[in-house]
Ligand binder design. Structure first.
Ligand code: F6R
Length: 241
């Protein structure tokens, strides 16, 4: 496990963007696993800047997003489809056919999970970007007695709905369910880049990286990955041994 601590958000984002950009330059047809939320936004901004300066092309890159809310259409401003368009895709030269995001508005969400797994079976993600929930979730794999390997429907924890309510007008509007890639698919990635910022994540970081490997902290399973890089700011590393 490679842990890096940064004094400023800008330095962290620049390191993260360089990390992935170097992989894409080595292999222009890289497969990237993408996350939404606030953690990767700075890295996506740097991708956009690199793409505008013609220093990085996403033309051949394939992307697989971790998750999507059930019941929100791609045009809903809080859907992860919309987030990805706004924060990355519409600003870069990516081929739309190479973008994959679970279909939260599929009439049969179980079928949407099966179809997503069929796609994931055909590839290996080269670099998986992850954030972490305050409760230790990765993707939307919430703490539970058992974790699921493949793409599945999940009922969101109350704590996750509360944390994400900041993006909605009220908590009642936060969907109760989502589709998420499973921990098996996440751990199958060649490399994982975990990005964590802020004091509210310090406890989760401590449990994930110092604590026992347990399904009650899904991120602790990352300790089993042979190629994990963790980027932390000073606040997020506070409790780390
Ligand atoms: C988002 C995702 C989640 C977030 C996590 C942290 O696609 O899968 O696991 O990475 O909830 O969210 P932020 O970055 O908003 O603190």
């Amino acid at each position: 496990m490679n842990i890096r601590i940064f004094k400023s958000e800008h330095e962290l984002d620049a390191y993260g963007a360089d990390f992935i950009a170097s992989r894409v330059k080595e292999n222009p047809a890289s497969v990237l696993g993408l996350a939404t939320g606030s953690s990767p936004i700075g890295i996506y901004k740097q991708f956009i800047a690199l793409a505008k300066e013609k220093k990085l092309s996403f033309k051949e890159v394939q992307t697989f997003n971790l998750d999507e809310y059930i019941g929100l259409s791609p045009s809903h401003p809080q859907s992860y489809h919309y987030y990805m368009q706004m924060h990355l895709f519409k600003h870069i030269d990516i081929d739309e056919a190479k973008i994959h995001i679970p279909k939260g508005d599929h009439p049969d969400p179980e079928q949407a999970c099966t179809e997503y797994d069929q796609l994931l079976e055909q590839i290996q993600i080269d670099v998986q970007i992850l954030g972490i929930g305050q409760n230790g979730h990765i993707g939307f794999n919430e703490p539970a007695q058992e974790l699921i390997s493949g793409t599945h429907i999940v009922e969101l924890d109350e704590s996750t709905r509360k944390a994400n309510a900041r993006f909605f007008e009220s908590i009642d509007q936060v969907p109760t369910h989502a589709i998420t890639m499973g921990v098996g698919s996440i751990l199958k990635a060649r490399e994982i880049l975990l990005i964590v910022k802020g004091a509210s994540k310090a406890e989760a970081v401590h449990k994930a990286l110092n604590g026992p490997i347990t399904t009650s902290c899904p991120a602790s399973l990352l300790q089993t990955h042979p190629n994990l890089t963790v980027l932390l700011d000073e606040d997020a590393r506070r409790l780390l041994k």
